[in-house]
Structures are given as structure tokens and as C-alpha cells.
Design a protein around this ligand. Sequence first.
Ligand code: AMP
Length: 371
Amino acid sequence: MDTVKVNNRLFEKYISAEEIDDIVKSMAMEIANEMGEDEVPVFVGVMNGAFMFAADFIRHYPYPCEISFVKMSSYDGAESIGKVQELIGLSDDLKDRTVVILEDIIDTGNTLQKIYDIFESKNNKELRIATLLFKIDVYTKELPIDYIGKVIEDKFVLGYGLDYDELGRNYPNIYQLKGKIMNNIVLFGPPGAGKGTQADVIKEKYGLVHISTGDVFRYNIKNETELGILAKSYMDDGNLVPDDVTISMLKKEVEKNSDANGFIFDGFPRTTSQAEALDIFLSEKGQSINAMVSLEVAEDILEKRLLERGAVSGRADDQDVEKIRNRFNEYNTKTSILKEYYQGKDKYYGIDGVGTINDISGKIIDVIDKL
Ligand code: AMP
């Protein structure tokens, strides 16, 4: 297989099973030559990623050796400490032994450093590090890496034990992400919830492209384009513009920004058909929606906000209570069900949309940072 699709992202073949085998074999021989026949080292594979590498490595190791496995595991500590990390599986007595840590991949080196510090306190005779893959450009630590299988560029890889959200470990080849990992966020909520205001903050922080379908329609109306003339009749009354028109416009906006790090979709999708069309469209590009962040605000507050905005902006659909209520009605009957659509995919994050702009941005950033 030259390409694989995992969690809706496309990966292309990067290191073949044959090349991996050659690399592992030559690492085993290099280490064996240094150790000699009389030294019996303990190889310690770091789970889960290194399980295939460790298994193949000792198969190629010609002299007596032992194998053991450890795993970094995090659990919730008291609130003040947050996540606590501990090393599990380290039961053998490693005092006065030669230990070689076997890693599948080293990037920043943060986890490796923690593991190394724990091992170092065990009074080993010697402690060395061997890694199959090494992302040299992102490595931030001083620890010397004694044995390196292959230096790779900073791109996301999976296969041969390496995973993407736990999937892909079983491939015999190693694959590399096609393109880059994008963050695609749907900013959701009723009219007046503050989506545009928050989108401005979030797009700066994450370098995302903000697409507001309402803004694109208004731009077209101002410039009296064919699309603008068509959309105006719906918008002025607070009705939704038909799906086919909106979907094709949205696709064009995405295509215009093909080198984006990701998108904030504001005001789109507003119907189930739009949400389905967006999923299909993104998946054809090997992308997906990462989260729907919804700003939750009560209608009486929204009505007040919209009337205030209308007095300043002159937006026709913000000035008339009847039109505003029709927009709420469109939202409640056609759009709000999308909460369930994204909840069903475990991608829905509701946020209280009442508070200062900063407070609300902070809550959205908390959600995105954990994605
Ligand atoms: P907004 O600026 O997001 O409040 O949108 C203003 C108006 O543009 C809406 O009331 C609709 O008439 C139209 N519109 C914006 N986005 C969409 C969409 N995704 N689907 C249909 N109509 C939309």
C-alpha cells in the first residue's frame, strides 16, 4: 500500500518494511559489536510505540541479552499539580547492568528525558539510548543519542508501532502524513453569540483562516454580484440562503486558501446537509473538523446585543425585532440540531458565551489546546 487513510487523514509510504529491517539489523550489529559477546545488556523498549522495533531488534541481536518494557503513564494528580507522569513496568533490578533504552522515535525528547532521569537514578553500569527514528530539527535536549536508525524531517509518521490516535501501529511500513495536520474549528452559536469577535482572536493565535459565510454574502451584496443579488432576498428577511448556493460558495472560499493551517468556520454549517457536505469535502482532502466550539447565550441577551449592533452597523437583519426572531427560529429549527451531529462524533464543546471577550477566548483556547 502506497497510501493509507487513518482518522480521515492521508499518509504516504515513507520507509518500506525492507528498509526498516535493514536499519534495525545494522543497529543490532553496531550495538552488538560495541558490547561484545560477554556483556549481557538489558534492552528496555518504551511502550507502546517501540514494541515492533524492540521485537525485531532483539531478533537480530546475535549475543545473549535481556528484554524488558516500560511505559510512561499519566494520571490526574491533585488540582494544584495537574497531570502526574510515572514510569510503569520498571521492576527488574538494573543496578550494575548495561541498559539500552529502545525508542521508536525521538522528537522534542521530553518523554525520553524523564525516562532517562528515572533510569539514571538506578545506578546502572551504563545507560545508552537507541532510537529507530530521530527528528533532529525539533530535539531540544542535551542528552546524547548513542544509536540512531534514521534521521527524519519533522513530519507526522505512523506504522511499525507508531500510531495516530492509537490507529496505524500494525502497518509493516512507516507512513508520513500527506500535507500537514490542520486544525479545523466550527465556531457555533445563535446569531449574536459573538462568533465573529472570537474568531478574530482565535485566528491570530493559531494562524487559521476565518471564513464567515455571512461576511462573504455581505461582501457579495455590497459588490452586487450574482451571488449577492440571490442571497440578499433571503438574508434581508432573516432566512437561510439555500444549501446548494451556500455550500458551493464555502468550497470556493476554502480552495482560495489551500496553504492554510486550518480554518475557523463561522456561520457554517447551519444545516445537516451543510455539515455532511463539509465532512465529505474535507475528507477528500485528507482533513476533518477537529471540534465544534459552541457559544451558548440566552435569547433575551442575544436580542439586546443584536439590536445594539444593528444601531451601529446598519445591518438590516439586526435592526428589526421580527427579523431577529426569524433568525432565532431558523437557528432553533434547522441549525441547533448540529449540536447532536458533532456530539455523536465526540467533537462538541459547549462554552458559556456570556462574559468578557477575554474570558470567553480563554475558554475557547483551553478547548483547542487540548485537541
Ligand atoms: P451571519 O452573519 O452569520 O449572522 O449570517 C447572516 C445571514 O447570512 C444569515 O441570516 C443567512 O441569511 C445567511 N447565511 C450565512 N451563513 C449561512 C449558511 N451557512 N447557510 C445559509 N445561510 C447563511
